[in-house]
Write a protein that binds this ligand. Structure first.
Ligand code: NAP
Length: 408
């Protein structure tokens, strides 16, 4: 499958991107085809505007979700995984999670099989978008959420099942700790390996993007050997890998008179519940956030709500050498095929993807186009219903307005 248009990995771990890279896309279920059409139009136009025909994306459709099931009988065909492994960078619309029948979420499977261990969600307010915040312009954070561990791994047993009973007996016998009879049991593994690689990616991002701080968000005051260990391993890897390019809050006070030395990234940590207050009350003090899975799940949606809702929140699942960019919302099935839904989340995920390819000029064109459409108050129904004086436009029309607002 691989040819001269295949993205490859250099020895340094960086991507080698040809001028016409093949990029697999999964259009997604429900409203997926609507937002994918809109996104493709915007990304192609941005690349064309930025590089005038010298660069272009060679899109390759791969199947997952309902479309895959209808055509192949499988929700996530091996051919799709092979294509993403070969081409390294992919983009996807939302996928239906079949309820019942023991079928695992296709999204979770993709993350686990490809070891996409970081869910990256930048949250940046765009002026004019409705927000419940008094000063939403201070919201500019990037969440790095661990994707492969914690309670999300799904190791749990129903109350009164043989395994739940065995575990309760075992813990009583070995540790003398009592768990109430009739309890469901879940396991929360958090490893040194998983925590370190996630925090390392977050600190590297902060250094690469001149972000002043990385905050480790955890509930270590209660869960010392999982959440607390995440914090400790986070400080450990920051120190070991980045040395004097980082500084801890403690060192700032002990050795630097309360001032972060020039050019260093500040590493700090916050307890998760306090952090929820901090993002609301003092958002300007936070930049890059790194956290275990469940904290990240809650916090990334809360942050998205502060900056305009899921309809505008981009995201990506990233591993070593592989990345899948995605809409962060679900399939919104009631709007399927109505050309109505907001394509902003997938469009902005596409901008993240262009950044990841090193095509910053095209990424910036996408973001400027979106800002222009918001400034022109020509928005889809979800934003229009909250923005006074705005005009509601269809999903496809919004995409064309984004293109019209890209810098010449
Ligand atoms: P959802 O699809 O995200 O939709 C819930 C509601 O959120 C919509 O009815 C709509 O609200 C609003 N919304 C979502 N996306 C929007 C957009 N682009 N523009 C404007 N409004 C938007 O959540 P769900 O109904 O819980 O889930 C439906 C399916 O998606 C399920 O099968 C679920 O498993 C799956 N899912 C997939 C992913 C993924 O692929 N990453 C993520 C989450 C859920 P209003 O009706 O108020 O306008």
């Amino acid at each position: 499958m691989a040819n001269e248009n295949t993205i490859t990995l250099k020895e340094t771990g960086e991507l080698q991107v040809p001028d016409r890279p093949i990029i697999p896309f999964i259009e997604g279920d429900g409203t997926g085809p609507d937002i994918w059409r809109a996104t493709r139009l915007v990304l192609d136009a941005a690349v064309d505007k930025a590089y005038g025909g010298n660069r272009a994306i060679d899109w390759l459709e791969v199947l997952a979700g309902e479309k895959a099931f209808n055509q192949t009988g499988e929700w996530l065909p091996e051919a799709t995984l092979d294509a993403i492994r070969t081409y390294r960078v992919a983009i996807k619309g939302p996928l239906t999670t079949p309820v019942g029948g023991g079928i695992r979420s296709v999204n979770v499977q993709l993350r686990q099989v490809l070891d996409l261990y970081a869910c990256v969600r930048p949250v940046r307010y765009i002026a004019g978008i409705p927000s419940p915040m008094k000063a939403p312009e201070n919201v500019d954070m990037v969440v790095f959420r661990e994707n492969t561990e914690d309670v999300y791994i799904g190791y749990e047993w129903e109350a009164d099942s043989p395994m739940a009973k065995k575990l309760i007996e075992f813990i009583d016998r070995e540790e003398g700790r009592q768990i109430r009879e009739g309890s469901g049991i879940g396991i929360k593994p958090i490893s040194r390996f998983g925590s370190r690689r996630l925090v390392q990616m977050a600190v590297q991002y902060a250094l690469d993007h001149q972000r002043p701080s990385v905050t480790l968000v955890h509930k270590g005051n209660i869960m010392k050997y999982t959440e607390g260990a995440f914090r400790n391993w986070g400080y450990e890897v920051a120190q070991e890998v980045f040395g004097d390019r980082v500084v801890t809050e403690e060192a700032v006070w002990d050795r630097h008179d309360g001032q972060v030395p020039e050019g260093r990234v500040l590493i700090k940590d916050r307890i998760a519940d306090a952090m929820f207050q901090q993002i609301l009350l003092r958002p300007a003090e936070y930049d890059v956030l790194a956290m275990p899975n469940l904290n990240g799940d809650y916090m990334s949606d809360a942050l998205a709500a502060m900056a305009g809702g899921l309809g505008m929140a981009p995201g990506a699942n990233i591993g070593d050498g592989f990345a899948v960019f995605e809409a962060t919302h679900g399939t919104a099935p009631k709007y399927a095929g109505l050309d109505k839904i907001n394509p902003g989340s997938l469009i902005l995920s596409g901008a993240m993807m262009l950044d990841h390819l090193g095509w910053q000029e095209a990424a910036e064109a996408v973001r400027q186009g979106v800002i222009g459409a918001i400034n022109a108050k020509q928005v889809t129904y979800d934003l229009a219903r909250q923005m006074a004086g705005s005009t509601e436009v269809a999903c496809s029309r919004f995409a064309r307005i984004v293109v019209d607002n890209m810098p010449a």
